[in-house]
Design a protein around this ligand. Sequence first.
Ligand SMILES: [Zn+2]
Length: 276
Amino acid sequence: MKSARQNDGIVGAWGGHRHQRRELGRTWRDAVGRAKEMERSTGLAHKVKAARSEFGRPAPRHAPQDVSENRLIQTRLELKFWTNGVPQIDAVRPKQCLGCGAASHAPGRKLVVVGHGVRRRQMRGPVRVGAEPEEVEYQIRRYRCRQCGAVMTAGPRERLRCRLFSLPAITWAIALYGMGRVSSRQVRGQISPWRKVGAAADRTWQTLRRWLGAARDGRLFPFAIKASGRPRQVADRLSRVLMAKAPPSFASAPAAEQSVAGALYSAMGITPCAVV
Ligand SMILES: [Zn+2]
């Protein structure tokens, strides 16, 4: 059997003596350095940067596989509407594709954003501040754009992208830890549906740490919010910012409730969606 090295001269050179590889590495670095120098001198770097920002991120090299979880249609329908069945297909269809922006249903034209089935999901934690933690199964609706292939999902307003715990549960946990100065173990006791955990997880709740890390990087909530500092500082700052986002009707509610209301309010209506 012929090896790839024998077939390909370049690979053969790489597989040769160590000093040769070093030499190649140096040549490569030199070439990159020269190219950068050229870009700087011709002002090309600036142009390339401008072009990139204009067109956003470069197109993925592979066909999109898991875009479904990335295109989340934030509805105003509470979890209870999704636990016994799913809303009508037209009720939560987005007005436009969240991928390419094409109108879902332009007058006199064929439907662009079409139904793409339903899926089962789980949601963990208390559904509201003060409630007992639970694990609920529900269904989401999926849509697919016939123009760009993007898959979008519509689910309860309490749902957060890539999280099994609900938005109220996570926001309450952060408020407890930040403003409430409660230990991470106690937070877990109030938020997690599982009472018994391993001895290693007894002192800190890693899930809470992960949420705070994601929040610090602006990856937790579907709206722009960032906070820096140590985990407890991040939690405290986030909770206060979220409180300020709560509708005026929550002004006399407890701090944690205000924080959750602020998060829900900010999450709703950030994506174009049918009137629900
Ligand atoms: Zn599209």
